[in-house]
Design a binder for this molecule. Structure first.
Ligand code: NAD
Length: 481
């Protein structure tokens, strides 16, 4: 149940098609001013048991798995329609709890609806193969749903990321247990209303909000889940993978990044600057695929630097409700982490061109920050998850690739050049799951996304992601003579 009392939202968990309260509540604050936005019932490990058992029952009763594919398509379209009706109410809630601009928060609901529409279109196209074995045999494959899909979600795009994993899982016929992020759970809880109104069978979608260290751990270690889809930090991903080993449960891991753009001498610098602006500052840099390093050819380095200084120093900083360019960092802990990394970078000889220190005011604000640093320093190696862009210089293409590929991560990368051959050669040389040429964040719901190295494995988005949510069964038949 999602109730509003005196401007505060109070939500509960959604299990087996019902709203389930708890003895304890988690408080949710607005990072722009520390005000209480709402509370949510804290799911405990017992709620995890209830949710997994409801999802298992739904699967065993074939309530989703047994639907004709066109019925699953219709169900996903109905969910999309319901999510759109939540955009205003949910967008406001997400803006308040997460801090992001209101327009971006409303857009998350639109994007979520589009994920459901995209995978609705695929629900009746999950086709197996026929394999020739000679006259006396017939052999074919079928894709069947895993069963119970456990999905653990981070706070930076909570609504959109729920949809990214939930929509293909349902399209393929799974039942799902979602662990929403404890820092921004309220907008996700609203999705339970969409599930009720779209008539998702009981147990088909369960949404729990609890802390990672108990509820998240209990879900990842549960003996009756069939897969884990995790989006979040590397450290949490590693601990979830260890839990998955116990029951031999397959995982999809969408983890962090330290993505680099490479600017060649002939690049269109307007494209470079607008890409660095959106690539680094969108969501205040709290994006796994943010452009966090820009590696620039020495012949255009000074011009790029000057233009970036002008761009980064003129951004508005403020609350999401005011549609500021740069909105708050989610927590004081994260703000302190960013500030600490910037301070250590300066101690290690980095040159801070813009920003570098949190704003001395209420709320958790970090200004856009531009830093020249060596490739092997902490700030150039580790994920910051804030509006901090590290600027570096190169001479030969190989030098640029070595710097770009010289971290533990490999989520996305960018190439800026007018030369098609160079763009393709560079795209192949860069170690990343996705490469953007001349525009950061090019692509969308239909383009596969995922990492290399510590950025994880498996691909979300696109047709390919659907195959995260099915397993192949081969059926071989001996014909009677
Ligand atoms: P996080 O790892 O701290 O938390 C993510 C989720 O895991 C939360 O729901 C949390 O409660 C839960 N959790 C925490 N500890 C757990 C445990 N031991 N067992 C089970 N669950 C646990 O990440 P975050 O701070 O919410 O998100 C930021 C990180 O997510 C960044 O590193 C970012 O790059 C990454 N991210 C990746 C993608 C992607 O698609 N690759 C997208 C968004 C964010």
């Amino acid at each position: 149940m999602n109730q509003r009392q005196q401007g505060i939202t109070h939500s509960t968990n959604f299990i087996n098609g019902e709203w389930v309260d708890s003895d304890e509540r988690i408080k949710v604050e607005n990072p722009a001013n520390g005000m209480l936005v709402g509370t949510i019932a804290r799911a405990m490990p017992t709620h995890v048991d209830q949710a997994v058992s409801a999802a298992r029952q739904c699967h065993n009763d074939r309530l989703i798995a047994g639907m004709a594919p066109y019925q699953r398509m219709q169900l996903l379209h109905a969910i999309a329609e319901q999510i759109r009706t939540l955009a205003k109410r949910g967008g406001k809630l997400l803006c308040l709890e997460n801090g992001k601009p209101l327009s971006a928060a409303e857009w998350e609901f639109e994007e979520a609806a589009r994920y459901f529409e995209y995978y609705a279109g695929m629900a009746d196209k999950i086709e197996g193969q026929s394999i020739p074995l000679g006259e006396g045999l017939v052999d074919f494959t079928e894709y069947e749903p895993f069963g119970v899909s456990a999905q653990i979600i981070p706070w930076n795009f909570p609504v959109s990321l729920v949809a990214r994993s939930l929509a293909p899982a349902l399209a393929a016929g799974n039942s799902v247990v979602i662990k929403s992020p404890e820092l921004t759970p309220l907008a996700v809880a609203l999705l339970g209303e969409a599930m009720v109104n779209a008539k998702v069978p009981p147990g088909g979608v369960n949404i729990l909000c609890g802390y990672g260290h108990d509820t998240g751990v209990a879900l990842a270690a549960h003996s009756d889940i069939d897969q884990i889809v995790f989006t979040g930090s590397v450290a949490t991903g590693q601990s979830i993978m260890k839990a998955a080993v116990e029951h031999v449960v397959p995982c999809v891991m969408e983890l962090g990044g330290k993505s680099a753009g490479v600017v060649f001498a002939d690049a269109n610098l307007d494209q470079v600057i607008s890409s660095a602006d959106v690539g680094n500052l969108f969501n205040s840099g709290q994006v796994c695929s943010a452009m966090s390093r820009l590696i620039v050819h020495e012949s255009v380095y000074e011009e790029v630097k000057q233009r970036l200084v002008a761009c980064f120093s003129t951004k508005s900083i403020g609350a999401g409700m005011d549609e500021a360019d740069v909105t708050p960092i989610l927590t004081n802990i994260q703000l302190d982490k960013i500030a600490g990394m910037c301070a250590r970078a300066k101690e290690q000889g980095a040159h801070c061109l813009v920003g570098g220190m949190p704003l001395d005011q209420a709320g958790y604000f970090m200004p856009p920050t531009l830093i020249e640093a060596d490739a092997n320093t902490e700030i150039a190696q580790q994920e910051v998850f804030g509006p901090v862009l590290v600027l570096m210089k190169f001479n030969t293409p190989q030098e640029a690739y070595d710097i770009a590929n010289g971290t533990d991560f490999g989520l996305v990368a960018g190439v800026f050049t007018q030369n098609l051959s160079l763009a393709l050669r560079a795209s192949r040389a860069l170690v990343a799951g996705q490469v953007f040429v001349n525009e950061w964040f090019a692509g969308g719901i239909s383009t596969p996304f995922g990492g290399v190295g510590k950025s994880g494995f498996g691909r979300e988005k696109g047709q390919e992601a659907l195959y995260n949510y099915v397993r192949t069964k081969n059926i071989a038949i001996r014909l009677t003579p």
